[in-house]
Design a protein around this ligand. Structure first.
Ligand code: ADP
Ligand code: MG
Ligand code: MG
Length: 199
């Protein structure tokens, strides 16, 4: 079973990997965006980490809802509301249980990804974070490791796609040949599940 501590670790290991990969995320956002994705997420997850240290919420759902709210208020851009919605909706789906199973997490995360798709209007293949999140949710029934692999493969598979949502879509055909920054950061978030479980 996964308790509030697991979810706090998930957020803090994600904050650490976002720190580590911030330059790469911003570099990916340079040719097909405005070169701020790494710094946007770094600012957001730093706020998440600080809040979790100061006042750790007692349930898995509360950890994700608080983290989602902070991402919305600190990240800005397109990715802030989208990641914020992902975590808030996932947290809401977990309710006020003090421990949740992996299957419940998989179902909750599916609700979160649905909410992202509804908010942003992106479908699979539009070259967004959805292209990492959807395969991850599908694989989450197997294991965290399978979800991580699926998310990483989904991120890499955005390279040949033409962007149909977000800033990159303004480039049309010229967005082809570049990996999507948001799909790349979404793979970091999913990879955090593996690290949180093995910590
Ligand atoms: P901004 O484009 O406002 O500078 P970021 O650079 O932080 O925001 O985030 C860009 C990422 O957000 C993209 O790489 C993409 O994955 C994701 N994104 C943008 N628009 C959408 C959308 N409508 N639906 C899903 N994801 C999106
Ligand atoms: Mg950007
Ligand atoms: Mg921006």
């Amino acid at each position: 079973m996964l308790d509030a501590d697991f979810f706090r670790r998930w957020m803090t290991v994600t904050a650490a990997s976002v720190d580590r990969e911030a330059e790469r995320l911003t570099a990916l956002d340079s040719p097909i965006g405005d070169a701020d994705h790494g710094s946007n997420l770094q600012r957001g997850f730093a706020a998440v980490r600080a809040a979790l240290e100061k006042e750790p919420p007692a349930t898995p759902g509360a950890v994700l809802i608080q983290s989602g709210r902070l991402l919305i208020s600190t990240v800005g851009g397109a990715s802030g509301p989208l990641y914020g919605t992902l975590l808030r909706r996932t947290g809401k789906a977990l309710g006020d249980a003090t421990e949740v199973g992996e299957r419940e997490l998989a179902e909750a995360l599916r609700a979160g990804v649905d909410a992202v798709m509804q908010l942003g209007g992106a479908a699979a293949g539009d070259k967004t974070m959805v292209d990492a999140l959807l395969p991850a949710v599908d694989a989450l029934g197997d294991s965290f490791a399978a979800a991580r692999t699926a998310a990483e493969e989904g991120a890499v598979a955005t390279t040949p796609l033409r962007a149909r949502k977000g800033r990159a879509s303004y480039l049309g055909e010229r967005s082809v040949g570049h990996q999507d920054p948001g799909a790349t950061s979404a793979a970091l978030l999913i990879a955090g599940l593996v690290d949180a479980a093995s910590d």
